[in-house]
Design a protein around this ligand. Structure first.
Ligand code: ADP
Ligand code: MG
Length: 316
């Protein structure tokens, strides 16, 4: 049974790479890391009903399980290379696995990621992906490099995924564009690579801007000020909620998988132009200051009290 499912996955996730000396089929994979590169490794689990709504299409679960991991590689400025897939399934549902593997494969092909191995077990639906990538020695971006005076940026738009969950919870409906942001996040790989040598610190926004920027501040031993009027919000979000709700979703909503990064102020124009060419765009949303707090400021520079919603939970 398990072998058949592994074969279903292997046949669909068909990216081949010369640096996979031995892939699926032995006890472990043998992978060749080029000289001069550091191996960047991360792993993230998606649990049904916690990280995606129960009833999410299997293709979308497959996509998202890889996407959230590639997003972590993007934040380190790594080039994704390989992935491992640990799949826990309630039953040996080949149709589910086929669709799941299709969604996973779509994103794997887009980034040239080879599936080098994994594990398949029975239990409540959960997916753990380990993603591996390369970065030239010493060039990885981390959370720890932000300096007082740096400008603060974010790619793309914020709040869409949390907006999708709120729409689903309040109306039982799926706003098409917002729901796509929740189900098919686009890991900002090209942006992460372009920011190498430019950004001073970087993180991906998985738990919400305030929470994730808080991690940059803690690691870098600095504070941050966000100009809330500068927060980039999509037309779809603006059409679905009032301005204050959009602001709160952009500040606190999770699951957007944009990059939040800092860089010397003087590089703003170069950054905005470079990321516009890449297609995701980047917006300057504030600055790094002395201290340790993350503060949100209105147009007059007064601090805004933030209802710390954290990321949006949903009921199954
Ligand atoms: P073992 O019992 O030695 O761990 P498995 O039957 O779990 O062997 O795995 C056999 C091979 O199939 C291994 O190479 C493993 O990496 C691969 N594999 C198992 N499950 C998956 C999966 N979900 N995705 C990709 N490869 C898998
Ligand atoms: Mg195994």
């Amino acid at each position: 049974m398990e072998f058949d499912l592994i074969e279903v996955i292997r046949a669909r996730v068909d990216v081949a790479r010369g640096d996979v000396a031995l892939g699926i089929g032995d006890d472990a994979a043998l992978l060749n890391v080029p000289a001069g590169q550091q191996l960047v490794a991360c792993t993230d689990t998606l649990v049904a009903g916690v990280h995606f709504p129960v009833g999410t299409a299997p293709e979308d679960i497959g996509w998202k399980a890889l996407a959230v991991n590639l997003s972590d590689l993007a934040a380190m400025s790594a080039q994704p290379v390989w992935a491992l897939l640990a799949l826990t399934l309630p039953d040996a549902d080949a149709a589910f696995v086929e669709c799941f593997a299709e969604g996973f494969a779509e994103l794997a092909r887009a980034h040239g990621v080879a599936l080098a191995g994994g594990d398949t077990t029975q239990g409540p639906l959960a997916v753990t992906v380990t993603a591996l990538g390369f970065v030239p020695h010493g060039l990885a971006l981390t959370r720890g490099g932000a300096r007082v005076g740096d400008a603060l940026f974010v790619t793309g738009t914020l709040g869409d995924a949390a907006g999708a969950l709120r729409v689903l919870r309040e109306s039982g409906e799926n706003g098409v564009e917002l729901r796509a942001r929740l189900d098919r996040p686009e890991p900002r790989i090209a942006a992460g690579l372009a920011l190498r040598g430019i950004a001073s610190a970087c993180i991906d926004v998985s738990d919400g801007l305030l929470a994730d920027l808080g991690h940059i501040c803690a690691s870098s031993k600095v504070g941050a000020e966000i100009e809330v009027d500068a927060l980039p919000v999509s037309p779809a979000l603006a059409a679905s909620f009032d301005a204050k709700t959009c602001r709160d979703l952009a500040l606190s909503g999770g699951d957007d998988y944009e990059l939040c990064f800092t860089a010397p102020s003087a590089r703003e124009k170069e950054i905005v132009e470079t990321l516009a060419r890449i297609g995701c765009g980047a917006t300057r949303i504030g600055r790094i200051v002395a201290g340790s707090r993350v503060r949100a400021l209105d147009a007059s520079g007064s601090e805004i009290e933030i209802a710390r919603a954290g990321w949006e939970h949903f009921s199954p």
